[in-house]
Design a binder for this molecule. Structure first.
Ligand code: PRX
Length: 580
């Protein structure tokens, strides 16, 4: 029996308060994600239950109980208090998927500060932009990654402390603090009493224009995350759950920390590079039952074929789900064939904080569709011209949601106008807080889709130029600004180019400065330049040299035109491309 029971009945009788019932949470208890994922689970008598089964490079294993999470996260919370960090201040977590990342996340939240996890493969420029924007006060990192922080620390006036939690302490600089998690077991800590809107987790997400935006969530997001985890991922007390996402991205926190641990469920983490064999071995050894992953990984597993699957005992698996990119019908059908279970597609975003449109256990799957709105979510497709909800099945428009679900982001840090622009139907002078209660308002996702006559949603594509590579959004503007810092490059445009496995990869068009000539060396040099400054995800897979880049009359580069050519789409009337 699935946790959700009947989807239709849940839709009819829905209230977000059901999340409180699912968590057995009483109104007089403290609302704080950090404590609800550790202290509360111990108070329920599950202190000795395994919370985290971790495996690193080379197969090294560590296991932590919920009581370990409790006292070790207390340690981080106390450590931050002693450093003078105040509630509301930003603490960045910049590490690989090591246990310290998961535990410090809880500790930061327990003392009321804001956890800002950043993908550890980010280069110094990606890191700088995000730390500067957030006025981050403390960064937790490791010996391996501290070099990148050193490079930029002089340009970060708000950054007061660099704390290194792993690696050789003898090689640190005087101003860096070493902290070993295991030495900070603190039995009692007075947890910060948060409200639903108290800032909790801050994730940066890329758009078409400008630098990435910090989507700020509140502690009340836990209701949405816990309920969707229970009803969609169907986690039960004895499950062994594996979310393959990195907490540097929202899936890795909403469903790789908060969802499972708020429900007291054991989860596994594999902190090593992807190979199909390593993943199957991990599932076999840990007897994983529920697996939440992404289409790029699934397509890679498909590429490695069915024979490999047969070499492992994957019979522990009982439920699979996917997020981040369109999950093609072939992948769903293939997974049903080889694992005996289809991957259930789920659609949501950094901004939504939890699943919005999703396939649900017990509801018929239409392979290739994202499923239906989660109970309690009012979704619509807005007409591309008028922003009015369409009524005709099959009409392509913008996916939109009525504000009011608990995990909705509260703001873009320091960017109130961009926040406002994500909503339509609001009175011009409406403030963000009012947006959340006005029933005439839609939050517009930036994706295009249609629904069919049975209410299933079908993804069409993004409505902007953001590149989705392997389920990670990369902003073309970030790549272009970094490219023009290269001595050889005069102008640059970045687009997503179709790719069989990653859906899209980065392709760039450049013009060179006068004294430079195209060459293989230069190409490699440019690729590495971007990989180091931004990240491996942003690194161009193809570079095309141009005499000049196509531009609008006002001088803006016509990225859409280049994209249409690349994808073999109708280029159409150039003037329609001009205003983007
Ligand atoms: O374009 C959609 C795509 O990923 C975007 C959100 O990315 P991000 O904020 O990084 O969050 C990713 C994980 C929640 C969306 O706007 N996307 C996400 N899920 C799907 C998807 N595209 C198609 N199908 C999905 N299931």
């Amino acid at each position: 029996m699935s946790n959700i029971g009947s989807y239709e009945k849940r839709r009819e009788n829905f209230s977000w308060d059901i999340a409180k019932e699912v968590l057995a949470w009483k109104e007089d208890e403290i609302l704080n994600i950090g404590a609800m994922c550790s202290d509360r689970i111990c108070a329920q008598g599950k202190g000795d239950k395994k919370a985290l089964i971790w495996q690193g490079f080379g197969g090294k294993q560590k296991t932590y109980t919920f009581n370990d999470l409790r006292v070790l996260s207390n340690g981080f919370a106390k450590f931050l208090q002693d450093l003078g960090v105040a509630p509301g201040e930003k603490v960045c977590l910049f590490m690989d998927k090591i246990p310290e990342l998961y535990v410090s996340f809880l500790g930061v939240l327990k003392m009321g500060a804001v956890a800002q996890p950043l993908f550890s493969a980010f280069g110094d420029e990606s890191l700088e932009v995000r730390l500067l924007s957030a006025d981050t006060k403390v960064i937790f990192t490791t010996r391996k990654h501290v070099k990148k922080v050193r490079k930029i620390q002089d340009r970060l006036p708000a950054l007061e402390k660099i704390v290194v939690v792993e690696g050789n302490p003898n090689k640190l600089r005087d101003e860096e603090i070493y902290m070993s998690m295991e030495d900070f077991r603190v039995e009692n800590f007075k947890v910060y009493e948060a409200g639903p809107d108290t800032p909790s987790v801050l994730h940066y997400t890329s758009g078409t224009t400008g630098q990435p935006k910090g989507a700020q969530h509140g502690h009340g997001s836990i209701w949405g995350q816990a309920l969707t985890t229970s009803w969609v991922l169907d986690l039960k007390d004895d499950d062994i759950y594996w979310c393959t996402a990195d907490p540097g991205w929202v899936t890795g926190t909403s469903y790789g920390i908060i969802g499972p641990w708020s429900l007291g469920v054991t989860q596994c983490v594999l902190d090593s590079g992807f190979t199909s064999a390593a993943w199957y071995k991990f599932i076999q050894e840990n007897k994983v039952t529920v697996w939440y992953s992404a289409p790029t990984a699934i397509r890679s597993l498909m590429r490695d074929g069915e024979e490999l699957v047969k070499q492992y005992d994957l019979s522990s698996l009982r439920h699979l789900a996917s997020v981040g990119e369109p999950l093609n019908a072939e992948a769903v059908i293939w997974s049903e064939k080889v694992y005996g279970l289809p991957f259930l597609d789920t659609f949501w975003q950094t901004e939504t904080g939890s699943m919005m449109i999703t396939n649900i256990p017990g509801v018929k799957i239409k392979p290739g569709s994202m499923g239906k709105p989660f109970p309690g979510i009012e979704a619509g497709i807005l007409d591309l011209q008028t922003n009015e909800p369409v009524t005709e099945p099959g009409t392509v428009g913008l996916i939109a949601f009525r504000p009011g679900w608990p995990s909705m982001f509260k703001e873009y840090v320091k960017k109130p106008d961009i926040y406002r622009s994500k909503f339509v139907g609001a009175a011009d002078d409406a403030m963000p807080a009012e947006l959340r209660v006005d029933e005439s308002i839609w939050y517009v996702s930036g994706d295009r889709a249609s629904f069919d006559k049975d209410g299933y949603y079908w993804f069409v594509g993004r409505d902007d130029d953001v590149i989705n590579t392997g389920g990670h959004l990369v902003g073309p503007f970030e790549i272009e600004s970094a490219l023009v810092e290269h001595e050889a490059i005069a102008e640059a445009a970045a687009i997503g180019k179709p790719d069989e496995v990653n859906m899209e990869v980065v392709k760039v068009f450049i013009t060179l400065n006068p004294s430079f000539e195209p060459s293989d060396d230069l190409e490699l040099n440019i690729m590495n330049f971007i990989r180091k400054r931004l990240s491996p995800l942003a690194m161009p897979q193809e570079i095309e040299y141009m005499e000049k880049l196509p531009k609008t009359r006002s001088g803006k580069i016509l990225r859409r035109y280049l994209k249409a050519l690349e994808w073999g789409h109708e280029v159409g009337d150039l003037s329609t491309l001009e205003d983007d």
